[in-house]
Ligand binder design. Structure first.
Ligand SMILES: [Zn+2]
Length: 82
């Protein structure tokens, strides 16, 4: 697989069209790392389709962007001491 085989315009996890390049390989053309600005999922272009392709990303791990604000922080952030 090379970079041209990866759909980089849609996030594999949340299907948002809000993806940008995070970084690239120090060896030119080695790989590209992407991040979804909506759900913060990140992946490298050389990972298998199950991690990079919205159509084959495991359905049980998909996220609905509308539900992101209600997802609890883990571990929970404790209250301020004073
Ligand atoms: Zn996403």
């Amino acid at each position: 697989m090379n970079d041209t085989d990866v759909n980089t315009s849609i996030c594999p996890r949340c299907d948002a069209e809000n993806v940008r390049v995070l970084t690239t390989s120090p060896v030119p053309g080695g790989w590209t790392m992407y991040v979804c600005v909506t759900c913060v999922y990140s992946w490298r272009s050389t990972e298998p389709a199950s991690a990079t392709d919205p159509l084959t990303y495991p359905a049980e791990f998909k996220i609905n962007p509308a539900e992101i604000p209600a997802i609890p922080a883990i571990p929970a952030v404790p209250p301020r001491r004073r």
